[in-house]
Write a protein that binds this ligand. Sequence first.
Ligand code: FES
Length: 156
Amino acid sequence: MRNNKKPTNKEIINAIENQPKISKKTVLSCLLAISNEFHFIPKNAVEIVAKYTGKTMNDVWGVASFYTNFRFTPPGDATLDICWGPSCHILGSQKILKDVHGLLGINQEGETKDGKITLRYSTCLGACSQGPVFAIDHKLYGKASVEKIKEKISDI
Ligand code: FES
């Protein structure tokens, strides 16, 4: 579960300074540290990283926006990944995805209205023989069904 959706400047600086020992803290290493800590890049982080690294805000934003794995809004409390890769597709993931949309009240990737769950589509979660596959906060579950997903997300 994640709950720090508005980190303070001090918390962001702590994330930057608590990076594992590396020879030089770069814009990218700082953004990765912040993303690892908060699961997104807060607005105030761009200016902080710019000051910390001696770069401009444009430099930092250029790096942050280049990598699609960085997100700029807080994720839900938990992330539900549904695989719709080739193996899972053959095993019925499209129907599961459609049912999950109904279950969560959303019709695409993103956060539920209550901010509890982030839904993401995956092209392969690496467990094709167990398909269809889903994951909650990177914990994999095979032989997916909407009932199984409903059960696993019920205590989030
Ligand atoms: S295609 Fe779904 S886990 Fe590989």
